[in-house]
Design a protein around this ligand. Sequence first.
Ligand code: PEP
Ligand code: MN
Length: 368
Amino acid sequence: MMEDIQPIESWKVVKDVPFAIAGPCSAESEEQLFTTCKGIKDLDLGISMLRAGIWKPRTRPNTFEGVGEIGLKWMKDVKTELGMPAAVEVANANHVELALKYGMDVLWVGARSTVNPFTVQEIADALKGVDIPVVVKNPINPDLALWKGGIERIYNAGIRQIAALHRGFSSFEKTKYRNIPMWQIAIALKSELPNIPLLCDPSHIGGTRDLILPVSQKALDLDYDGLMIETHCDPDNALSDAKQQVTPQRLAEILNAIKIRKETSDNEEFNSILDTMRRQIDNVDREILENMAARKTLVNKLGEYKKENNVTVFQPDRWLEVFKSRADWGKQLNVNEEFVGKLFQLIHDESIRIQTKKVNAELQEEKK
Ligand code: PEP
Ligand code: MN
């Protein structure tokens, strides 16, 4: 699917520093935009692209909702002066028209737009016949199909330079993140659409400055293609997302601290040791499955025996005991407690499924 996706031309990847888009959450004034972007350029880290929000989709009214069209003029002047490409968010056909009028290089669809197929379709329709890269953020709810659907709508409008941007998912539950990453959703997107570059937005995932580095490192370790990091010349006084914005100086520290790990190596010794380790892991996995098969045989016998003695399949006391003893064994063996809990929940569910099937099958036979 989407085999003819093309790399985004204006993205140049500089050796040893991850591909990064940086700039303020919002364009606030001509001076703030210029000072911030000049600060980013002067780092001389090869940061590939500038960003700024022109229209801000805020959760609640009476907060700063962006400066509108004038911000595009500032952005045009800044990008021309600094010789760097710029990206802005578009949330309707009018935004697209204006962003194109002011010569923006990349457009992004925000999380609150991806969630709404009417909005994405309106943006896609406005892009028909236009050749501009588009970045699609994940929807605010954890829905992989909706994210893919947004990408498909943009693709169907004829856009071929498309990237996905992971910014995490909203939830009522309070965690250390502003938006829970749920990495597995982005990884699923990457495996289903392997030729769409995947970027990470650690600013909106983390919501605080101290989470930007660990979230970025994790994304790059998961083989993401780059980052979008909100950067502001005076973060404490930013009109939106103050807590998560960093100064250009801090941005440089973050990018320099990130370790770029290679996907492969051509060192023969390394490859041979890696191969041996992988064979060992293969053997352990095989043993795990042989044990699962042995467990299944026992569970089948158990089902049969319970049936003969007219005893229910599920017995809460026994389950509690299993759960507790496995947690204790796991602890003794230094296996993560949460993992052991989830694993035995799965094993127990499977056991109940097998036993119930057995009992029901025999009931059906009796009826015949
Ligand atoms: C943003 O990038 O400033 C933004 C509004 O992000 P999101 O759509 O991820 O909330
Ligand atoms: Mn923001």
